[in-house]
Design a protein around this ligand. Structure first.
Ligand code: K7E
Ligand code: CUA
Length: 649
């Protein structure tokens, strides 16, 4: 024991000597003994010190990677840096967010949120699951991020120049989704697959007609890179059977032009468990009936053919949206099924585009499919069977490269920079398996705390993964952090996956903002965020000296500017019933000089960033005196940055 401590001391001193310039030996030994004291006091091991050295990022130093994580039920996206695991931003997406002035009185952001109305109804939250980065030739390019909302089938576009949401599109035919947002190798399309089947129209249809009238599907949202927007009119969907479609992935390299999506409940079982059901009383629970068969189906869609069929007008309009019916897809050899181990979660395509990994949650195996074999079967028209909707089924045996037993509850897979190496999360085992999907063997496992869902490796779903870092997105934290009551944060655990070394867990990060599902990790130098807006980008910008209040009947336009530390104009008299349009330009050029703008009682709060112009609209429907002020501590005289609106009867 004593020997061990002595040895450790020496190792540490050596390490420290190495880090600090020679010739300062008194300082070094002082620091070395301080380091030893800290280790003793805090009960840290040498392994802990090494992990700290790998993650600690001194003040002023920047991270190597950005992670964009879904924010689950918060309806937002979480941004943090790797390896420090420091949280950088919560990007407001589907949920109004006051600090970013998102959806709290500002016209532009309200327009974005309004794009996400479902059948005319305003939705104030989302269940974000899978962020997807824009790609060029299968590589992340750092321009855009997309994310889906599982609860209210929608997809959002986030501009990575400003890290803000610029568009939300509502799915016109799905009632629920999950398999989005996945991006094709040149961001031509963003994929969104349905999950719980429902009629594609908006009518009531009895559950007795589930097999005949309930449907799944996949929407191909066309991305217009020039405009940085999804072009709704150039987007279409493919009708799919009422199997619960799960995750999707777009083919790359040799599988480019194909889309894959797995599914569960190909039994098409609808339960009725527990007292109080008004339909199907006393049936087995939904979940039991959903996993009675040994296999479900992996869907294979020929996107190139589907795109041509859409362009040729072979679609059916449903809710005004173009849908390619299954029959059309089958007639044109564009839709196939392959059995996969039951209740799978995720299909992930390897960097070469040839191998697809599918994990059956209820199986200990992970199945590796070979695209070349699948394609050969399709080309030879060698089908094993047809499903009840006439879709050809390929032989599972003939499509498989092989299967590997990894452990209990395999879910999701990411790839390494080393050829043939993959990482798969094991939910039940609370572990991550490193394995060789070419030679079909398990290499090692690392324990995770606890119940890992998705995992993300650096650029781990691109054509050239980076290796180095892997993060387990754990569902439970249990005892890892200080207790904060019964609702615990999630735990993102950073793992060092440097090639040639055993995997090492090096950091725990609590994430207390909904339950993240998937995340993507991109090299930081690929992003080029702006530091300030150009004033000329805004149609309603207010130039200094041109401020003022213009009244036209009860329509009042206020043109304001902001600069440290005053609003101009400051005192504004209104009358009850005035419809107010308030343009505010932040004249600042200095980095990080954001001004806030809030009016109490009127539910208005904005964030006006350097160079930006925001427009706020409201009806002055309350008589009284309402102070307004800047909500950012922008300067020493920040408290003085205020004014009044005085609403006369
Ligand atoms: Cu939770 Cu990808 Cu929606 Cu798995 S998903 S964890
Ligand atoms: Cu501007 Cu406080």
């Amino acid at each position: 024991m004593v020997k061990k401590t002595m040895k450790m001391k020496r190792v540490l001193q050596c390490a420290l000597f190495g880090m600090i310039a020679v010739g300062m030996s008194t300082t070094v030994s002082a620091q070395s003994s301080e380091l030893e004291k800290v280790m003793t006091d805090r009960g840290l091991t040498q392994q802990d010190m090494l992990a700290a050295a790998k993650t600690y990022t001194p003040s002023g130093k920047l991270d190597e990677y950005y992670v964009f994580s879904s924010g689950g039920q918060s309806g937002q996206v979480i941004v943090y840096g790797v390896p420090s695991m420091r949280i950088l931003k919560y990007i407001a997406v589907f949920t109004p967010e006051p600090w970013q002035g998102y959806g709290i009185g500002d016209v532009e952001s309200q327009k974005v949120l309004d794009g996400g109305k479902m059948r005319g109804k305003t939705i104030t939250w989302g269940d974000t699951h899978h962020p997807g980065l824009s790609e060029t030739n299968g590589e992340y390019d750092g321009d855009y991020l997309f994310i889906n909302d599982k609860a209210n089938p929608r997809v959002a576009v986030i501009d990575l120049k400003t890290f803000s949401t610029t568009q939300i599109v509502a799915n016109p035919i799905f009632k629920n989704e999950h398999g989005g947002a996945f991006v094709t190798p040149n961001t031509e399309y963003i994929l969104e697959a349905a999950q719980l089947p429902a009629p594609l129209t908006n009518e009531y249809v009895s559950l007795d007609e589930f097999n005949e009238k309930y449907r799944g599907g996949m929407t191909m949202w066309k991305f217009d890179r020039k405009r940085g927007k999804i072009s709704v009119k150039d987007s279409f969907s493919v009708e799919l059977p009422p199997y619960s479609q799960d995750l999707s992935d777009a083919g790359k390299k040799i599988s480019e032009g194909w889309v894959f999506c797995n599914s569960f409940n190909s039994e098409r079982y609808v339960g009725g468990f527990g007292p109080g059901n008004t339909k199907y009383k006393d049936r087995l629970p939904h979940e039991a009936g959903m996993s009675s068969k040994d296999t479900d189906y992996l869907h294979m869609i020929n996107l190139k053919v589907a795109e041509n069929l859409f362009k040729e007008g072979k679609t059916t309009k449903i809710n005004g949206h173009d849908v390619l019916m299954m029959k059309t897809m089958v007639e044109n050899n564009a839709l196939f099924l392959i059995p996969e181990p039951k209740s799978p979660h995720g299909v992930m395509i390897d960097p070469t585009g040839q191998y697809l990994t599918v994990s059956g949650k209820l199986d200990t195996h992970v199945s590796v499919y070979d695209f070349k074999k699948m394609k050969a079967l399709i080309d030879a028209k060698k089908f094993e069977d047809k499903d009840p909707y006439g879709i050809p089924i390929l032989s599972m045996k003939d499509s498989l490269h092989g299967q590997v037993e990894l452990g209990l509850g395999p879910l999701h897979t990411q790839y390494d920079s080393v050829k043939g190496i993959a990482y798969t999360s094991l939910f039940v085992d609370s572990a991550i398996a490193k394995w060789d999907y070419l030679n079909l063997k398990l290499i090692e496992k690392v324990a995770i705390h606890y119940n890992v869902g998705h995992l993300v490796a650096a650029e781990g779903d691109t054509v050239s993964p980076d290796g180095k870092y892997l993060i387990g997105l754990n569902k439970l934290a249990i005892d890892r952090f200080l207790q904060v009551g019964p609702l615990h944060p999630q735990n993102h655990q950073l793992i060092d996956i440097t090639a040639g070394q055993p995997m090492k867990l090096i950091y725990d990060m609590p994430l207390p903002l909904g339950e993240p599902h998937y995340a993507v990790m991109i090299k930081a130098d690929k992003l080029k965020p702006i530091k300030r807006f150009k004033q000329k980008w805004f149609k309603h910008r207010v130039r200094p000296g041109r401020e003022g209040v213009i009244r036209d009947g009860n329509k009042v336009t206020i043109n304001s500017t902001l600069i440290r530390s005053h609003f101009s104009p400051e005192m504004i008299e209104l009358k009850v019933g005035d419809e107010v349009t308030w343009h505010i330009t932040n004249l600042e050029r200095a980095q990080d000089e954001t001004h806030g703008f809030s009016i109490g009682f009127y539910n208005i709060n904005g964030s006006i960033e350097p160079g930006e112009t925001n427009t706020f609209t409201f009806t002055a429907d309350m008589e009284g005196v309402f102070p307004y002020y800047c909500t950012e501590f922008c300067s020493a005289l920040h408290l003085e940055m205020a004014g009044y609106i005085l609403v006369k009867p």
